[in-house]
Design a protein around this ligand. Structure first.
Ligand code: NAD
Length: 258
């Protein structure tokens, strides 16, 4: 039977890139995320074209633990173990800590951190039973260092790096690995507002706004691509990567080397 891979938040950006890459590697994908019906259809068509079997779509809101529980329990029961779990869904909101809206804090912690705990706890028993599993948490450079005006995001991503290490230790003696990928600036809808704001501040074009963001933090001065993150995820699923566990791998053009 074709092995299943779940990529959360895969209707867009990094998650979609990773889903396509895993489909190319032969996995049957479970796609999750929001979007207009045509956006979701397009994402599913792209993954379908890349892989061996039609993807499954679940529109579960990952800020809701009960909904996660129900969706994953049903999926595992009907389609079997999820062999690869990529916790990618995430959101951003920027404001200083003393002005940060409490509801945004709760939402970011729920989606960027707690959702990964819930999917992990629900997928792990079947991974253990089949003695194979790959859990890949899409953290961020902000899981390793901080920036101003991102208190919830930085806290959630540091927490996700911690969850990665804890899970890796508990699964170290079986063929289940858990790693975090820590991307720097990657050009997706998630950072579009920040690019637009920077362009406005500098009274310049969107392109120049993007260049200004890169110049400030990312020494390569180039955006990471979703294809690059897809390729690394795919490698982490191979046997060659079976001794890489508990790692937090920066893909950031040198951001965290500074
Ligand atoms: P994106 O906005 O393009 O994609 C986010 C995905 O999450 C979408 O599919 C969206 O529908 C889904 N989503 C949002 N809320 C959800 C919810 N409540 N339940 C289920 N799905 C939900 O963003 P992206 O840039 O591709 O980000 C993907 C991940 O990569 C995030 O965890 C983000 O923190 C991380 N990341 C992004 C960058 C970057 O520069 N873009 C850098 C480092 C880390």
């Amino acid at each position: 039977m074709t092995q299943l891979a779940l990529v959360t938040g895969s209707t867009s950006g990094i998650g979609l890139g990773i889903a396509k890459s895993l489909a190319e590697a032969g996995y049957r994908l479970i796609i999750n995320g929001f979007g207009e019906p045509e956006v979701i259809d397009q994402a599913l068509a792209n993954v379908d074209a890349a892989g061996p079997e039609s993807p499954i779509y679940i529109g579960t809101d990952l800020t809701q633990p009960q909904a996660i529980d129900m969706a994953l329990s049903e999926l595992i029961e009907s389609d079997g173990p999820i062999s690869v779990l990529v916790n990618n869904a995430g959101m951003q909101f920027t404001a200083p800590v003393d002005e940060f809206p409490v509801d945004k804090w709760d939402q970011i912690i729920a989606l960027n951190l707690s959702a990964a705990f819930h999917t992990t706890r629900l997928c792990l028993p079947a991974m253990k039973a089949q003695n194979f599993g790959r859990i890949i948490n899409i953290a961020s450079v902000h899981g390793l260092v901080a920036s101003v005006n991102k208190p919830a995001y930085v806290a959630a991503k540091h927490g996700l790096v911690g969850l990665t290490k804890a899970t890796a230790l508990e699964t170290a003696e079986i063929n289940v690995t858990c790693n975090a990928i820590c991307p720097g600036w990657t050009h997706t809808p998630l950072i579009q507002t920040q690019i637009e704001r920077r362009a406005e501040e500098l009274n310049t074009t969107i392109e120049e706004g993007g260049r200004a963001l890169l110049a400030e933090k990312q020494p390569s001065k180039e955006f990471v691509t979703t294809d690059q993150l897809g390729a690394l995820t795919r490698f982490l699923c191979t046997d060659a990567a079976s001794q890489i566990t508990g790692a937090s791998l920066p893909v950031d053009g040198g951001w965290t080397a500074q």
